[in-house]
Design a protein around this ligand. Structure first.
Ligand code: HEM
Ligand SMILES: *[C@@H]1O[C@H](CO)[C@@H](O)[C@H](O)[C@H]1NC(C)=O
Ligand SMILES: *[C@@H]1O[C@H](CO)[C@@H](O)[C@H](O)[C@H]1NC(C)=O
Ligand SMILES: *[C@@H]1O[C@H](CO)[C@@H](O)[C@H](O)[C@H]1NC(C)=O
Ligand SMILES: *[C@@H]1O[C@H](CO)[C@@H](O)[C@H](O)[C@H]1NC(C)=O
Ligand SMILES: *[C@@H]1O[C@H](CO)[C@@H](O)[C@H](O)[C@H]1NC(C)=O
Ligand SMILES: *[C@@H]1O[C@H](CO)[C@@H](O)[C@H](O)[C@H]1NC(C)=O
Ligand SMILES: *[C@@H]1O[C@H](CO)[C@@H](O)[C@H](O)[C@H]1NC(C)=O
Ligand SMILES: *[C@@H]1O[C@H](CO)[C@@H](O)[C@H](O)[C@H]1NC(C)=O
Ligand SMILES: *[C@@H]1O[C@H](CO)[C@@H](O)[C@H](O)[C@H]1NC(C)=O
Ligand SMILES: *[C@@H]1O[C@H](CO)[C@@H](O)[C@H](O)[C@H]1NC(C)=O
Ligand SMILES: *[C@@H]1O[C@H](CO)[C@@H](O)[C@H](O)[C@H]1NC(C)=O
Ligand SMILES: *[C@@H]1O[C@H](CO)[C@@H](O)[C@H](O)[C@H]1NC(C)=O
Length: 356
């Protein structure tokens, strides 16, 4: 039978645990510019070097890296879940919205390898994704912004969760609704769609809807004919053929995307929807008329997107390999106090010890 003093001790311990548990919650989602100033001062430089080196061989990689950050943030938050590899093909990255179109994984791996050599177990893969997207914007758009950091990496990556990503067949109302689920406004949705001023798309993402748009008069007939000629006629052969999303300046982050929409030269049905909706059209017109305005809003929206459902403090972990959850033994996720409490106070997994 427990003595009353032991019981009192347990109560005190429980209070301490409860207080400790509220601390990370209070500082939750507080990302900071220069998060690695002292712990890994070269982190951002090393990412920039990896991105610049990949970009020198393949400028398209910049678009891939921006999209990788978006697809990470919209599924399970910006926690690098999109990078996790699954031996049985059941991770986010294996899902049709991501596979085979998502690219840039090897650039993140190269940046991570360089960083691990310089300061190990310090910089999260989720932050590397955010830095790499920023560097890609710099390289293609002549814009520089600072990225608040301090994200930590998650350990869940689920094939079916990727179906919640907005797809190219969505209507304006659905696009706005899907962004609002992430607390992003209609304007921010239009602003970030401007990313489609760079990069490529696979035939399967636009070919069939564009046939319908032709009948509707919502696509330039010459553009539709060009795309139909480019893409193989049968769906089975569509897998690998791609085209630039912005036919005018496919490697420059400019406002031409919006100008093309005005000319019925939007590639995806979802792109075209931005000019068919009375609330969205004024944003398109404003960004087409003023590139400075768009870039200003774009940077702000990228930073906001980078804050979606982030893990901070002692939640999540700093992955050692961006493609894999840390092995239990080398996990950096459990603090020493968790271990202490488990020793003093054995509990079933997920009862008292779980702080996340
Ligand atoms: C508004 C909803 C959005 C839809 C429906 C959408 C849809 C698509 C589709 C279908 C592709 C082509 C994929 C392929 O077949 O290869 C694509 C590419 C791309 N998307 Fe989006 N997207 C959206 C928003 C965004 C956002 C918010 C960003 C970034 C912040 C973004 C960045 C990109 C980039 C950079 C590419 C080119 C990727 C590459 O070249 O590898 N998109 N998007
Ligand atoms: C890191 O250094 C930069 C430049 O000196 C400064 O702006 C930033 O606030 C610092 N961040 C932190 C978290 O120390
Ligand atoms: C696939 O592999 C993961 C580990 O990566 C495992 O957790 C999951 O149960 C496996 N799923 C199937 C359907 O085999
Ligand atoms: C990290 O890189 C910087 C700059 O290249 C160098 O000065 C520093 O010594 C490196 N630190 C480690 C631990 O490798
Ligand atoms: C891109 O980043 C580099 C390094 O931070 C910086 O010197 C350069 O000014 C940036 N480019 C632009 C256009 O801001
Ligand atoms: C993935 O998510 C779906 C839908 O939320 C769920 O039914 C399924 O059990 C999840 N799979 C895994 C392996 O967690
Ligand atoms: C999000 O898009 C899906 C289609 O992928 C649609 O069914 C759903 O209604 C949208 N959600 C909202 C809240 O608009
Ligand atoms: C959106 O905001 C609400 C209210 O602040 C919050 O409960 C929810 O978690 C947020 N969702 C995302 C995806 O950030
Ligand atoms: C979009 O709709 C077309 C039919 O117009 C269909 O063939 C295609 O598979 C759909 N794409 C997606 C990603 O749902
Ligand atoms: C065609 O127009 C109708 C009516 O405006 C609209 O509901 C439909 O979404 C359009 N389809 C395409 C593919 O543009
Ligand atoms: C374009 O937008 C910028 C940034 O908001 C603003 O300062 C400038 O006055 C605008 N230019 C015009 C011609 O409206
Ligand atoms: C995933 O993270 C949670 C919370 O951080 C932890 O309890 C769980 O053990 C982790 N799972 C794996 C497989 O690492
Ligand atoms: C990282 O993990 C992936 C997936 O398990 C594995 O294929 C790869 O070899 C690992 N990379 C390193 C450098 O260990």
């Amino acid at each position: 039978m427990a003595s009353s003093s032991r019981l009192a001790g347990l109560v005190t311990l429980a209070v301490v645990v409860a207080v400790a548990c509220t601390l990370p919650a209070a500082s939750r989602a507080q990302l900071q510019v220069g998060f690695y100033n002292t712990s890994c001062p070269n982190a951002e430089t090393l990412v920039r070097q990896a991105v610049a080196s990949a970009f020198a061989t393949n400028p398209g990689i910049a678009a891939g890296l921006i999209r990788l950050h978006f697809h990470d943030c919209f599924v399970n938050g910006c926690d690098a879940s999109v990078l996790l590899f699954s031996p049985n093909g059941t991770a986010e990255r294996d899902s049709p919205p991501n596979f085979p179109s998502l690219r840039g994984f090897e650039v993140i791996d190269a940046a991570k390898a360089a960083i691990e050599r310089n300061c190990s177990r310090t910089v999260s893969c989720a932050d590397i994704l955010a830095f790499a997207a920023r560097d890609s914007v710099n390289l293609t758009g002549n814009v520089l912004y600072q990225v608040p950091a301090g994200r930590r990496d998650g350990n869940v990556s689920n094939f079916s969760d990727a179906f919640t990503l907005p797809g190219p067949n969505l209507t304006a109302v659905e696009l706005v609704g899907n962004f609002s689920l992430k607390n992003m406004t209609a304007e921010e949705m239009v602003v970030l769609s401007g990313s489609h001023t760079i990069g490529r798309s696979h035939c399967a993402s636009f070919l069939f809807k564009n046939r319908e748009r032709l009948a509707n008069g919502t696509i330039s007939p010459a553009y539709q004919a060009l795309l139909a000629a480019l893409c193989p006629p049968t769906s089975g052969q569509l897998t690998l053929v791609t085209t630039a999303i912005d036919v005018s300046t496919p490697t420059v982050l400019d406002n031409n995307y919006y100008k093309l929409l005005q000319l019925n030269l939007g590639l995806h049905f979802s792109d075209d929807q931005l000019i068919r909706d009375a609330t969205l059209l004024p944003f398109v017109n404003a960004f087409a008329a003023n590139e400075t305005l768009w870039k200003e809003r774009f940077v702000a929206a990228m930073i906001k997107m980078g804050n979606i459902e982030v893990l901070t403090g002692n939640r999540g972990e700093i992955r050692l390999n961006c493609s894999a959850v840390n092995p239990r033994s080398s996990s950096t996720s459990s603090s020493s106090s968790d271990g202490l409490i488990e020793t003093i106070f054995p509990v079933a997994d997920g009862e008292i010890v779980s702080t996340s």
